[in-house]
Design a protein around this ligand. Structure first.
Ligand code: HEM
Ligand code: SF4
Ligand code: SF4
Length: 694
């Protein structure tokens, strides 16, 4: 008889997210692999300094921006002319500064995108890291407007497109009653005040918030890395200079509201979303942007959650030495006045909301020594889910199974892969959460008690520790530069640090093990010859400069098909009141409070304004536009753009604001010649009470 059918495997949300993490890690792998080969030692890999590189690019933007600001004039004509002066007459300095300003802003978007992708792919956004992650999201809402307002200030054709599209996007928000886009449709509507506002936002408002936002983003981390290594600073500055000299940033012809260019050289870093405005309603674009932001904010709490318990202090063993607090990468430990009446001045206190249960503090505690046999191995601080006493037992148990004269104990961390597959009769593997969880005394213990002939520490990949400082602290402790130091009697040649390279983790580690076993010495990392290395780095920076400059203008974005013109229909008009004003009778007035006795009662609500627009008899727009305001007592605003083939056309606009069922209160019918790329604006002249084409 057949047994019950096995349940079909289910791909739930947790598995999907884990798959996504894995997929993204794999997607980043080729880049990491190439950069790791070009930037030895691995700690110099730019992929491990993405946040700091983003900040460095902002520094370049700031310094070059100050130079541009000195010459920039905040007026409709002055803006364009001053930027042209900088670009062409002062090309040797102003032009270079302009290009540096543009390209460093673009480069910051690349490093920022990789920063987000990498933190997400490596699952470094949950637990106590939620704070860094969530405070990162508003930074996006500052960085993009910062770039966009920058493009606006140049006042070239791209700036005009940016101004109109941004205004169309903002028009969708319920805070504006009138259409903002109308301010950019005709020469007459343009105002210097907008330039002053933009200049304020771009030069002062947004940068100030950004500086505060970045501080908020990193201040909770212990020793945040806000500057990349000097060699990376030099490389990125040179790469930006290279892009600036080879392909200087230029404007695209002065903004002319009467023309629509067929195509624009487009900055895809900052304006990626803008083309959506041509295909989607503004509301849908807002929904997309807000939806992504909300999803990002919620991501730290989405499954699969990790519920490892936080580190716990045992006051009976804590002497208040502070080492755990100094070493914790997440600032989860504070030293507080002693609460148990002992003579020590302070005690360690763990904030469970900040603790990621990495165990680095356990490795830092001087009481975490396996040589203790008379008393139980309870250190001052320990991980309840992987206590040190259990770790000692596991090591002993695994080591006892080893045989031969070249027995090696491999310690891996939570990120190590294929650890178990390394095991054979003379190799045992023990997994820790973080390499720095292993107190140096354990290394001494293993070797001095003859539990193994050598120890390999195979942590995360070099320079990219899952818990920020695990590898750095481990190396410093073993090299006796940091407390708790490895005792001098321990022979260094019996220890190998093999920060795994996941691209070929298994084979590399196997090879390393074989070499190590032969020598039982420290394997020197093979680094390519200095000349070749420099060449590889130059090529990497050159490629980076090329990508930055290319996507800054290419591929062009097509605004209008050849042979087409654009007609914008735009005006505001208050519809007539829904009910006529009425004179109140004496009785009605008497019934009102004395201060409310207005003899004329005018209901506020207005009628919608009905508008039709036809080209050669074909109706392109036909709609009632509701009054603005919560009381429906404001003006109705009309703003629509239409592509029309170039040539002579009969244009018709009809509008009724009186509530009549048929016909129009105002109309204009006119034969209009339209040139290819022309932008014609149809408006309502409130002085003459008629429609006009401008
Ligand atoms: C202006 C934009 C940003 C800058 C300049 C920036 C910079 C930094 C810096 C310098 C660090 C500290 C790195 C370290 O010392 O380990 C950091 C950490 C972090 N950032 Fe950003 N960041 C930005 C935006 C974002 C965004 C948008 C997100 C995600 C939505 C994000 C997520 C994180 C996370 C999760 C960490 C903690 C990493 C860890 O603990 O290992 N950042 N960022
Ligand atoms: S386990 Fe220790 S070092 Fe790691 S986050 Fe918690 S308190 Fe800090
Ligand atoms: S390292 Fe150990 S002994 Fe020192 S303060 Fe922390 S818990 Fe106490």
């Amino acid at each position: 008889m057949a047994g019950p059918a096995a349940p079909a495997p289910r791909l739930n949300g947790c598995a999907l997210l884990a798959l996504l993490h894995k997929f993204l890690r794999l997607a980043l792998e080729p880049l990491r692999f190439v950069l790791a080969r070009s930037f030895p030692p691995a700690a110099l890999n730019p992929l491990h300094h993405l946040g700091a590189l983003t900040i460095f690019f902002f520094w370049i933007v700031l310094v070059s921006g100050i130079w541009l600001f000195i010459f920039f004039r905040t007026s409709v004509d002055g803006a364009w002319e001053s930027v042209e002066y900088l670009t062409h007459q002062q090309w040797y300095l102003g032009g270079v500064m302009r290009s540096l300003h543009r390209y460093a802003s673009d480069a910051a978007i690349i490093t920022l995108a990789l920063h987000i992708l990498k933190e997400f792919a490596h699952d470094r956004y949950r637990g106590a890291r939620w704070f860094n992650w969530v405070t990162g999201v508003p930074l996006l809402w500052l960085v993009f407007p910062l770039g966009i307002t920058g493009y606006w200030l140049v006042w070239d054709q791209l700036a005009h497109y940016v101004a109109i599209t941004s205004a169309e996007l903002l028009d969708r928000l319920p805070i504006f009653t009138d259409s903002m886009a109308r301010n950019f449709l005709t020469v007459e509507a343009l105002s210097d005040r907008f330039f002053t506002l933009m200049a304020f936002l771009h030069l002062i408002g947004l940068p100030l918030f950004l500086v505060f936002g970045i501080w908020l983003h990193v201040f909770r981390l212990n020793g945040p890395q806000i500057n990349p290594p000097r060699v990376l600073m030099a490389g990125s500055l040179l790469a930006m200079l290279l892009a600036s000299l080879v392909y200087p940033a230029v404007s695209q012809g002065k903004a002319d509201p009467a023309q629509v260019p067929e195509a624009l050289a487009f900055d895809w870093y900052y304006l990626l979303v803008y083309p959506l405005m041509q295909a989607w309603p503004a509301g849908a674009v807002w929904a997309l942007l807000l939806g992504i932001s909300l999803l990002l904010c919620l991501a730290p709490w989405l499954p699969p959650g990790r519920d490892r318990r936080s580190a716990q202090v045992d006051l009976g063993n804590c002497n208040g030495c502070e080492r755990c607090a100094v070493d914790c990468p997440f600032g989860a430990i504070t030293m507080e006045p002693r609460s148990d009446g002992t003579a020590y001045a302070s005690e360690a206190v763990v904030d469970p909301t900040l603790c990621l249960a990495c165990g680095i503090c356990v490795g830092a505690c001087p009481t975490a020594t396996p040589f203790r046999t008379r008393t139980a191995l309870v250190p001052g601080i320990d991980l309840p889910d992987q206590p040190l006493a259990g770790l000692r037992e596991e090591i002993r148990e695994r080591a006892e199974r080893l045989a031969g004269t070249q027995r090696v104990l491999v310690f891996g961390c939570a990120g190590s892969r294929g650890l178990r597959r390394l095991e054979d009769h003379q190799t045992a593997a023990v997994r820790l959460e973080c390499m720095a969880q292993l107190p140096p005394a354990f290394v001494d213990w293993v070797l001095s008690r003859g539990l193994a002939d050598g120890i390999v520490l195979a942590g995360c990949r070099a320079g990219d520790c899952q818990y920020r400082f695990g590898m750095r602290w481990t190396r410093q402790r073993l090299e006796r530069e940091r407390d708790p130091r490895l005792r001098k009697r321990v022979p260094g040649e019996r220890i190998a640090l093999a920060w795994s390279d996941r691209w070929q983790a298994h084979t590399d580690l196997r090879r390393l093990l074989a070499d190590f076993r032969r020598s039982l010495g420290s394997p020197a990392a093979a680094s390519p010859a200095a000349g070749r290395r420099r060449l590889a780095q130059a090529a990497a920076w050159g490629a980076f400069a090329a990508v930055v400059a290319a996507l800054s203008v290419w591929p062009p974005y097509r605004l209008l098909e050849p042979g087409q013109a654009m007609v914008s229909l735009t005006f505001s008009r208050a519809g007539q009141r829904v009910h006529e004003c009425r004179r109140l009778s004496q009785e009605e007035l008497q019934r009102l409070a004395p201060n409310m006795r207005n003899p004329i009662d005018c209901p506020r609500e207005r009628l919608p304004v009905w508008v039709e627009f036809r080209v050669d008899g074909e109706t392109l727009h036909r709609r009632a536009h509701p009054p603005s305001g919560i009381w429906k007592d404001g003006e109705s605003t009309v703003y629509r753009r239409f592509e029309v083939p170039a040539g002579s056309h009969e244009l018709f606009i009809g509008m009724r604001d009186s509530g009549r069922a048929q016909g129009f209160d105002f109309e204009l019918r006119q034969q209009v010649p339209l040139a290819s790329g022309q932008h014609l604006v149809a408006e309502f002249d409130h002085v003459d009470q008629r429609f006009v084409f401008r």
